[in-house]
Design a protein. Structure first.
Length: 365
């Protein structure tokens, strides 16, 4: 699948669909002298603009890395989603303002058969466009298309609200235009905030996918000589550009030639399997011999505290009298207190040794 081609194709479908709605609504609006229908047509023009923004963002995101941006331009695609989220928010706020005005100064709206027909056509068209954007967005993992799908769905909700208002007015003489508009506007604003949150999340930084991390660790653990794989860190520079690092634990009597061959094979295999450029670091493990009891004591301390999720990278430099290890602690816990307790217990039992601890944070499943 050519991802860029699929995104552009979906965006072009959206532009064509929305511009057909624009032409239809403007024609009917001018013929019927309905400012509401004309303004709704203008709203569809902004939806077409969102699709144009998606195309531009996708093209920019697909540019090759250069000296100024050595990791490429993939994150531009996330900025595209931010722009679309802002468009949704602005539309919701404008609708909110108009709804408040209608509540304070209610008029007497008139909904003819022609107006209702336009509303029904708009609802059906927007539902189809929204489904199309959602499917293409999920297929290509494109947040901008998903955001455009949300925008289309809420346009359909706005039109459906107008249909409810028309029914109340024509059947029972009730003018609920402002109240319904207020509720729908708040829903649209909420949707805009959610889309904005989802668009900003990968830019700010998301937690690693637990299943992907487990798959990476399992793959590395499958190599002979690897005692364990830890500390997977992934950095997303766009949907198709992910770099990262992990550590493997190996016996401390491995030589540099063996370590080089092993880490190279793991890195190449990870790229082939997951398309992720990984740097592979090494922990030397002394699991047997005179320091085996110390390691067992450390593991016992970790098991006694449920907030300690894992300890790894245990190694003792006998000459420097230093104990090295990493400790993974739950986000909600007091890292300093837990580390100090574990270090205090070990150093009390093994006087003369100093602990050098790296604390990682994670969350329990």
């Amino acid at each position: 699948m050519n991802r860029e081609r699929e995104i552009v194709k979906a965006s072009i479908y959206g532009i064509v669909g929305n511009m057909l709605l624009v032409a239809f609504k403007l024609a009917v609006g001018f013929v019927s002298h309905s400012i509401a229908i004309i303004l709704d047509g203008v709203n569809n023009a902004t939806d077409a603009l969102s699709s144009i923004i998606t195309i531009v963002g996708t093209k920019l995101a697909g540019r090759r890395p250069d000296r100024r941006h050595p990791f490429g331009y993939g994150r531009v695609e996330y900025l595209t989603s931010v722009v679309i989220a802002v468009i949704i928010l602005v539309a919701g706020l404008i609708s909110l303002r108009e709804s408040v005005v209608k509540i304070l100064h209610p008029g007497t709206p008139v909904y003819s058969t022609l107006t209702i027909t336009v509303i029904v056509v708009a609802i059906l068209a927007k539902i189809v466009i929204g489904i199309m954007f959602k499917r293409f967005g999920d297929k290509t993992d494109c947040e901008a298309l998903v955001a455009s799908g949300v925008d289309s769905n809420y346009d359909a909700v706005l039109s459906a609200g107008t249909l409810v208002v028309a029914a109340a007015q024509n059947l029972w003489g009730l003018n609920i235009d402002g109240a319904v508009g207020l509720v729908i506007s708040l829903v649209v604003c909420k949707a805009g905030i959610e889309v904005l949150r989802d668009a900003l999340a990968p830019i700010i930084g998301l937690p690693e996918d637990k299943k992907l991390v487990a798959a990476i660790e399992n793959y590395a653990n499958g190599f002979p000589g690897v005692r364990g794989a830890y500390d997977v860190v992934l950095d997303n520079f766009g949907p198709n550009e992910v770099i990262g690092s992990l550590h493997i634990e190996v016996d401390d009597d491995m030589n540099a030639r063996q370590i080089h061959a092993l880490t190279r094979k793991i890195a190449e295999g990870l790229f082939a399997k997951f398309h992720i450029s990984m740097t592979v670091g090494v922990y030397a493990a002394n699991t047997t011999g005179k320091f085996a009891p110390m390691r067992a004591d450390l593991e016992k301390l970790a098991q006694e505290n449920p907030k300690i999720l894992q300890v790894h990278g245990f190694y003792v430099d006998e000459e420097a009298k230093t104990v090295y290890f990493d400790m993974m602690i739950d986000f909600a816990a007091d890292n300093d207190a837990i580390r100090d307790a574990v270090v205090g217990a070990l150093e009390a039992k093994y006087p003369g040794y100093t602990c050098n601890v790296v604390v990682d944070t994670d969350y329990e499943d």
